[in-house]
Design a protein around this ligand. Structure first.
Ligand code: FEO
Length: 383
């Protein structure tokens, strides 16, 4: 596949992967992208996951048509992109490695060598001339590892964005980009909004016509849409007005309250998304908690604390710097309620977290007072 006349896609699709990073489900596979830039000098942008080394090297050989690559640019050392470096160097012994200082330190850790005789260390602002094409390196520390660089190729106006603008799913997955890119972003990069904002500011000064990420499709149309979503996500602004209700329900009584709240909100014209945390993908729950402006945690007390699935979601959110949201609570307990206190304790450190005044506090099963509370909560959430 050609990205441009001189830039060729040499990545691979993994259709067998069950869990990306050992934790995220990948029902539509995963793409590990790599690109060859053909010029007087040939640069290969990143490697692919370990199991795909042979396929990748064959792709590189085909794209370069017998010529030996001069450079392997390693933008990110996570093994889904760096695993086949050694194979590459064995196959193309004349090639040099272009990477950040921190990345060479990580190569020592991963491979027992920092390839001292092949090093081209680059940092923010450095350039590498290939002939007609120039690589301009952009520091992207903590997006989402510390060694990350991105690369802007100024002739074809291509941004090689490392994990940025990546998504779950093979390149041929027939699915909405935003859904799986959002789940990827908030699952993997979400904690580092500030660092993503810093890179977006640098990108704003570039004339970008194509984005080549390390996962998911090459983006070459309507780039404002993708850049806009990344700006929203990394600045912790809600993307969708409406209410997300992640819930757990042991005997169905909490669910009855959730259904009633959803119905009342919808009757007021509010968009509602409801998710059973015990049965649905936890990474989708993280995604939706960041996507929506308002979130209602509906759950039971368990072991004098918040019920496990909800507690785990709250931990995921807190560690990712959850902020700027309005929060409602539906709690259920038969004795000694602990949910309100637990949810508030886990989220109250977040910037601009506002809790609804009304807490729906069920004792085992809903009563008339709870129905009034749900009405009041719906009113607060629809303002
Ligand atoms: Fe796609 Fe951070 O590795």
């Amino acid at each position: 596949m050609e990205v441009s006349k001189d830039i060729i896609y040499v990545g691979v699709n993994d259709y067998d992967l069950d869990l990306f990073e050992g934790q995220f489900v990948t029902p539509n596979g995963m793409a590990y992208n790599s690109y060859v830039i053909l010029d007087d000098k040939i640069a290969v942008m990143d490697s692919v996951g370990y199991e795909f080394g042979d396929e990748w090297i064959e792709n590189v050989k085909k794209a370069t048509d017998g010529r030996e690559p001069d450079y392997l640019v390693v933008q990110h050392m996570e093994p889904d992109h760096s695993a086949n470096m050694v194979d590459f160097l064995n196959t193309f012994p004349g090639a040099k490695i272009v990477s950040s200082k921190k990345a060479f330190g990580m190569m020592m850790q991963f491979f027992g060598s920092d390839f001292a005789d092949k090093q081209v260390v680059v940092k923010e602002g450095d350039t590498l001339e290939l002939g007609n094409h120039t690589l301009n390196f952009i520091g992207a520390p903590m997006v989402h590892w510390p060694e990350v660089i991105m690369t802007y190729e100024s002739t074809d106006k291509v941004l090689f964005s490392a994990d940025g603008f990546g998504k779950f799913g093979a390149t041929d997955a027939d699915e909405d980009w935003a859904c799986e890119a959002r789940r990827y972003y908030f699952g993997i990069v979400g904690k580092y909004g500030q660092q993503v904002q810093a890179v977006l500011k640098k990108a704003a000064n570039l004339d970008i016509q194509t984005i080549c990420p390390l996962h998911g499709p090459v983006l070459n149309e309507d780039l404002g849409y993708y850049l806009g979503l990344y700006d929203t996500w990394s600045s912790y602004k809600p993307e969708t007005e409406g209410v997300f209700i992640p819930y757990t329900s042991v005997y169905g009584n909490t669910k009855k309250a959730v259904d009633m709240l959803a119905e009342k909100l919808e009757a007021k014209g509010v968009k509602v998304s409801v998710m059973d945390l015990a049965r649905e993908d936890w990474a989708e729950a993280i995604e939706d908690a960041f996507r929506y402006a308002r979130v209602v945690f509906a759950t039971t007390t368990y072991n004098n604390d918040v019920f496990p699935f909800t507690k785990t979601l709250l931990e995921h959110l807190a560690v990712r710097g959850y902020q700027n949201r309005k929060i409602g609570i539906i709690e259920n307990s038969t004795w000694a309620p602990a949910v309100e206190k637990g949810v508030k304790k886990m989220l109250e450190g977040g910037k601009d977290i506002e809790f609804c005044e009304t807490v729906v506090s069920i004792k085992s099963a809903m009563d008339d007072e709870n129905i009034k509370q749900i009405e009041m909560l719906a009113e607060e959430l629809s303002k």
